[in-house]
Write a protein that binds this ligand. Structure first.
Ligand SMILES: [Zn+2]
Length: 105
C-alpha cells in the first residue's frame, strides 16, 4: 500500500514533466501559466513520494517488535510469528486438533 503511494508520486513526476514539455511547445501561444502549474504538480508528486516513504519507514519501525517468537521471545525474521521449534509445535498441535475434530465426527 505504501509502495503504491510512492509509485503514484513518481508517476506524478513523469506526468508533471510530460505536462511541462507539452505546454512548452505552446510557449507564447497559450495563456496557461504552465510554469506555475508544473511547480504545483511537482510539489504534489514530491509530497506523495515523501508520504509513501514516511509510511514505509513508520511501518518498518512498528514491525521491529514483531521480530520475536510469540512463545519464547527468541529473535526471528520480521515476518515470522514463531521460532522454528515453536512453529513445528504449533503446526503439530493444529494437526492434532483437526484429527480430534475428525474423530468426533
Ligand atoms: Zn519460540
Amino acid at each position: 500500500m505504501n509502495n503504491i503511494i510512492s509509485n503514484v508520486g513518481w508517476f506524478g513526476f513523469f506526468a508533471a514533466f510530460a505536462y511541462f514539455i507539452y505546454y512548452d511547445n505552446f510557449a507564447g501561444k497559450t495563456s496557461v501559466d504552465y510554469n506555475m502549474n508544473f511547480r504545483y504538480l511537482c510539489a504534489a508528486a514530491a509530497a506523495l513520494v515523501l508520504a509513501g516513504y514516511v509510511l514505509k519507514f513508520l511501518g518498518n519501525t512498528f514491525k521491529v517488535g514483531k521480530g520475536r517468537c510469540k512463545v519464547c521471545g527468541k529473535k526471528i525474521g520480521k515476518t515470522e510469528t514463531y521460532c522454528f521449534d515453536h512453529l513445528t509445535q504449533v503446526v503439530t498441535q493444529g494437526q492434532e486438533k483437526s484429527r480430534g475434530i475428525a474423530k468426533q465426527k
